[in-house]
Design a protein around this ligand. Sequence first.
Ligand code: 13P
Ligand code: SF4
Length: 327
Amino acid sequence: MKALAQEIHDLKKQKQSVILAHYYEEGDIQDIADHVGDSLFLAQMGQKSKAPVVLLAGVYFMAESVKILSPQKTVLVPDLAAGCSLVEHSPVHKYLQWREQHPDALCMTYINSSAAVKSISDVICTSSNAEKILAGIPKKRRVLFGPDYNLGRYLAKKLDREMILWPGSCEVHVLFSARKLFELRQQYPEAPVIAHPECVDAVLEHADVIGSTSRLLEEVKNNPARQFIVATESGIFHQMKKLRPDAELIQAPAEGSCACNECPYMKLNTLEKIKAALLNLKPQVTLDEDLRRRAQIPLDRMMTLTQGGVVEWPQSFVAPHRDALLV
Ligand code: 13P
Ligand code: SF4
């Protein structure tokens, strides 16, 4: 394993590349990455990095977001099949139909979506900036939110805002069991429950802290509790253990006895595939330039609002590239 890590290190230098990894990757991948983080951080680092080649060890939409923001860079993924159930649950022709039913509304779309869906959205968010982005949308405008229903419902409740929600979900987070979590709480009464907002409402109701992967890590780092019940993907335990070797991390239970707290897409990536991608400079993310430019607009709005800036909003929805999307 050491030799492979060294080979990747050498190749990375040779190819003038930077490796970005999500917290849900296996520990060995997180350890060879230049930067490890949540979706927002990875998009920001991909944009900021001076390296002409970015390898994103995460899922495809994360790499696609880097390419949308930095078209001049070569963006590599270890495995093209690393998708996301939220992307699958939001095919562009259906999302477009939904948008066209509400032309006066503003459409806020989770970053876990395809470039095509982004291109017909007004603003993008991640779980770490979603509240800020929603607060930045004028109160008088109706809001469509997709494709994660659970995050949307959580936001609508938290900010007391009426939202029209798309019915998509994360196949990993919806499997946590509220019933079993309730039982586990009796067993560990001192342990705070920390949960990702992609979990269903009944699970979130048991949570003491709800937030993005980076917010959950911050909680483990700063909360003096010695035990935590964690309702998110298990890859994050790698960093949590590093930050708090003294703490007991208890995985929130799923219904049944499957290892369903693992994202099968994130886990497609391996060190071997990372080495091969750097060596061959493929697979690469490629995008039609017109689609990319359109998808960049809502991502740029997200970045501006995240930094506290002000954006302009369209009065109504039009998709001049409608025909191209429907082919
Ligand atoms: P974060 O943005 O919180 O890292 O979440 C990404 C994700 O895919 C969660 O399932
Ligand atoms: Fe998508 Fe869920 Fe995997 Fe996150 S954990 S990448 S939302 S399938």
